[in-house]
Design a protein around this ligand. Structure first.
Ligand SMILES: C[S@@+](CC[C@H](N)C(=O)[O-])C[C@H]1O[C@@H](n2cnc3c(N)ncnc32)[C@H](O)[C@@H]1O
Length: 247
């Protein structure tokens, strides 16, 4: 697992760094009406899970990173969410959900086909009838990693304590579907407070379709951005809605 989901200091900065969340509005607009049970996979610091619970959904948030779940549990309103450290396979077979989501490109942390098929199967076993599993992955056709360079870093972020945080990215290797890069956190243009190394997988839509089929799921919808445009090769995102085959 990537260091920045384990390192307490970096986990504490996650919500400050990840503020623009059009994805939450997109998914929320596509969830079934209340009453409704949602599974938030790779829920991280739990922002979406808490937002949904506040709106009346019954939410389980699950993530293998204990530090991310600890941050989620510390949030106001987290007592309304069932927060679990682990994988979907750790949830009992008697649990069922009316929809599942995996936001924040968490899907790209899954590096191997077997991991993905295993996740899809475990989600499928816990979804009711025609329930959907929504997630997104960045579109490899537009090579988003070419913009992950130190000279293209965003402006420094003002922290609550008055310090300024700069986050920069630098790609080390692009090997087929795999992109390895560093993320460096610097305070007040000087003091480096941490640097992590990550590897993400960039799958195409046909590859996702094939893995979904292996798990008894099919791609019901593919969107290309958070306005809901249909996916095409120039889209920034591949936003996927899976359903169980035969439903
Ligand atoms: C970029 S964060 C996204 C967190 C949250 N979903 C959001 O939208 O802010 C990626 C998350 O995926 C989680 N993750 C990593 N490997 C995973 C796996 N195999 N299954 C589920 N989640 C995983 C990480 O622990 C991390 O919390």
């Amino acid at each position: 697992m990537d260091e920045h989901y384990k390192d307490q200091a970096l986990v504490a900065l996650y919500d400050t760094v990840n503020t623009s969340r059009d994805d939450f509005d997109f998914y929320r607009a596509r969830l079934p009406n209340l009453p409704c049970r949602i599974l938030d996979i790779g829920c991280g610091t739990g922002t979406f899970a808490v937002e949904l619970a506040d709106a009346g959904y019954t939410v389980t948030g699950i993530d293998p990173a204990a530090a991310m779940i600890a941050a989620a549990r510390a949030k106001s309103g987290a007592d309304k969410v069932n927060l679990v450290v682990g994988e979907v396979s750790d949830l009992g077979h008697d649990t069922s959900f009316d929809a599942a989501v995996m936001t924040g490109h968490a899907f790209q942390c899954l590096l191997h086909d077997d991991q993905i098929v295993d996740l899809f199967q475990n989600v499928a076993q816990r979804l009711t009838g025609r329930a959907s599993f929504w997630f997104e992955t960045r579109n490899p056709s537009v090579k988003p990693w070419t913009r992950w360079t130190p000279d293209r870093a965003g402006p420094p972020i003002a922290l609550a304590d008055g310090h300024r945080l700069q986050v920069t990215h630098d790609v080390q290797a692009v090997e087929g579907e795999y992109v390895t890069f560093s993320e460096t956190y610097t305070i007040n243009e000087g003091q480096e407070m941490g640097s992590t190394q990550s590897c993400l997988r960039f799958l195409t839509l046909p590859a996702i379709k094939a893995l979904a089929e292996r798990a008894g799921l099919f791609v019901h919808t593919a969107r290309g951005d958070w306005t809901g445009e249909a996916f095409d090769e120039s889209s920034p995102e591949i936003i996927v809605e899976l359903k169980r085959s035969g439903t």
